[in-house]
Design a protein around this ligand. Structure first.
Ligand code: FES
Length: 168
């Protein structure tokens, strides 16, 4: 692990090396900001403030600039997620095919709102922009697995499978 000069946050050595390579590739350090944030997020699953500060220091950018970018782009996670991530698409095609009803169904089953994590830390529910499969709407990403043509029964099965996975 390597240590930032300005805080004690650590990234994996290979992540630091990859960011150094990015910095060599771009004449302006800020051009490496988005890929650098992705790499650090991949290490931790989210971006705690210390991680954003580390990236800012490494790229010699104001911390506020990095906070602004991570709050603007929804692909950056500024809060720790549950063990499992449900990302339900609520864009137009999915909405027309019942995604909002499914979102409410999930909220009631999990007793959380979109953006929240269940009290046991198991599941985070997120809303996603178009996931590129409008023809099989409504769709949802469960961790990195894709589920299509969803209905409440399929959602129930997904939740059961996650439970079995966690207990197995
Ligand atoms: S609108 Fe949901 S996949 Fe395109």
């Amino acid at each position: 692990m390597s240590e930032s000069a300005k805080n004690n946050f650590m990234v994996k050595p290979e992540t630091e090396k990859a960011i150094d390579e990015l910095l060599n590739r771009y004449p302006i350090k800020e051009a490496a900001l988005l890929p650098a944030l992705h790499k650090v997020q991949d290490d931790f699953g989210w971006l705690p403030v210390e991680a954003m500060d580390w990236v800012a220091d490494r790229l010699e950018l104001p911390h506020a600039r990095v906070y602004g970018v991570t709050s603007f782009y929804t692909m950056f996670r500024r809060e720790k997620l549950g063990r499992h991530r449900l990302e339900i698409c609520t864009n137009l095609s999915c909405s027309l095919m019942g995604a909002e009803h499914l979102r409410e169904y999930l909220c009631n089953k999990l007793n959380i709102k979109p953006g929240q994590t269940t009290a046991d830390g198991r599941i985070t529910l997120l809303e996603a922009e178009c996931l590129g499969s409008c023809g099989t709407a409504p769709v949802m990403l469960v961790d990195d697995e894709f589920f299509e043509n969803l209905d409440p029964d399929k959602v129930d099965q997904i939740l059961k499978d996650l439970e079995a996975k966690d207990n197995g």
